[in-house]
Design a protein around this ligand. Structure first.
Ligand code: ADP
Ligand code: ZN
Length: 431
């Protein structure tokens, strides 16, 4: 039933494994320039880690630390021992580099294979990776995992939707790795080509790399007839394979034999109460070439209480609501783009794409949401369109507490990027 027996270790076994791996991680990390400096600055030595609670004595690592250490300040072995490097997508600024040894790649691939197996993928599945290869970890990361599991892996890469579809059809693809915004786009594309997405026969989709709502998952499952499993990871922690949904589709199991998770209050840096939402902080437990201690992911989530009926003992994290730096403040109200997506994707008239624009009117910040409307609802009758506009604005106001300006646009008219979607455009001038 499980890909490996580590999935159902007892809590005690997990804790013991974590402590021994944490100690090794700290010993290794201390060999890098960054951590030798940080540990000394914090007055802590690797041998001071005697219990898991001692984790809190260790310094945090931030994205800025990684940038300042560019290109190899976190490496613990000479570059000759490294076999691969990846660079984060740079969604929020200067990219950061992560190096891997052969053993790191081996671990990472088996974690991804474990995730895939958990969703029900088996060696006889044909797996197409629709995300970009190259430096983005979702390419090679998923690819190696699929090969490790024994699937036929098709390294299609991003974009070129016509070819994407042809390969899916010709090779009877049964499993996909796909970014949510691209999955929505693919749905539109199929509609245009007169292809019923269900006829493609894909049964499993690994959907992640950017935030999306439960409403989007449901919409995708309805359109394609596959089951969509949420996939969470970040380059700093290898990439995909950190946390993944099981068949229960209720929270993502975070592999505690490979990562040590904490949830902190991003302001006070103290742990939040159990079950509360905060910033996810991760420590690598198996990485050799470039271990990272207490990495502040800036991703907001919570640990779900209770065990999972699937029997896996590793904790589950909730759907990521966004990054702490995604927060939009309009008229003093805090808004996360995910709240907007959730409302839009629950409305049948709304198409597969939208764009949030922030602008200033005099001294006041305003929010405008451009919404693609499905073809069948995009009628000439002004009165119906106005009614729809109002309906959307009201639904949004109920969720985000400010009334946005809503612009309806025809489907397939908003910009579409090949990688992660850029949902928010900030046209406010800097103060
Ligand atoms: P970048 O930080 O430049 O986007 P990465 O490719 O490493 O580079 O992206 C990792 C980030 O993507 C995560 O920190 C998180 O914000 C987001 N992410 C990845 N998977 C998910 C997911 N399933 N749900 C929400 N956000 C996700
Ligand atoms: Zn489970």
């Amino acid at each position: 039933m499980y890909y490996d027996k580590a999935e159902s270790l007892s809590r005690d076994e997990i804790s013991r494994l974590q402590l021994s791996r944490l100690r090794t991680t700290c010993e290794r990390a201390a060999r890098s320039r960054l951590y030798s400096r940080k540990f000394t600055g914090h007055g802590v030595r690797p041998e001071d880690v005697k219990t898991l609670d001692d984790l809190r004595r260790l310094p945090f690592t931030t994205k800025q630390d990684l940038r300042d250490s560019y290109p190899d300040g976190l490496n613990t072995v000479p570059t000759e021992k490294m076999v691969r490097m990846h660079v984060s997508s740079g969604t929020t600024g200067t990219p950061t580099v992560v190096y891997h040894t052969a053993s790191d790649i081996c671990w990472w691939s088996s974690m991804v294979a474990r995730c895939m197996h958990m969703t029900g993928m088996r060696p006889n599945d044909v797996f197409q990776n629709t995300t970009s290869y190259g430096l983005f970890t979702g390419g090679l990361g998923m690819h190696y995992g699929a090969e490790r599991l024994g699937c036929l892996a098709i390294p299609m890469g991003a974009g070129n939707t016509q070819r994407q579809l042809k390969l899916i059809q010709d090779f009877k693809v049964t499993a996909l790795h796909i970014i949510p915004s691209y999955a929505l786009y693919l749905a539109n594309f199929c509609a245009q080509q007169g292809i019923d997405p269900k006829s493609l026969g894909v049964r499993i989709a690994l959907v992640g790399a950017e935030p999306y709502s439960e409403e989007t998952r449901r919409r995708l499952e309805d359109i394609f007839g596959f089951r969509a499993f949420n996939s969470y990871g970040l380059s700093e922690m290898n990439g995909p394979g950190v946390a993944f949904e099981c068949p229960e589709q209720n929270g993502m199991h975070l592999w505690e034999d490979a990562y040590l998770a904490e949830i902190i209050d991003p302001e006070t840096l103290e742990p939040v109460a159990p079950g509360e939402v905060g910033e996810l902080v991760l420590t690598t437990l198996c990485r050799e070439g470039m271990p990272i201690v207490r990495y502040r992911t800036r991703d907001l989530t919570r640990i779900l209480p209770g065990g999972c009926p699937c029997g896996r003992s590793h904790v589950r994290i909730d759907r990521i609501t966004g990054r702490s730096d995604d927060l939009i403040i309009i008229k003093g109200v805090n808004i996360y783009p995910m709240q907007i997506e959730q409302v839009l994707m629950s409305l049948p008239e709304v198409g597969q794409n939208y764009l949030i624009e922030l602008y200033r009117e005099g001294p006041i910040d305003q929010i405008r949401i451009k919404v693609e409307v499905k073809e069948e609802y995009f009628v000439e009758d002004m009165r119906s369109l106005n009614a729809l506009k109002q309906k959307i604005a009201h639904k949004l106001r109920d969720e985000i507490l400010v009334t946005p300006k809503v612009d309806l646009v025809e489907h397939n008219t908003l910009p579409k990027s090949e990688g992660k979607a850029q949902r928010v455009v900030d046209n406010r001038e800097p103060e």
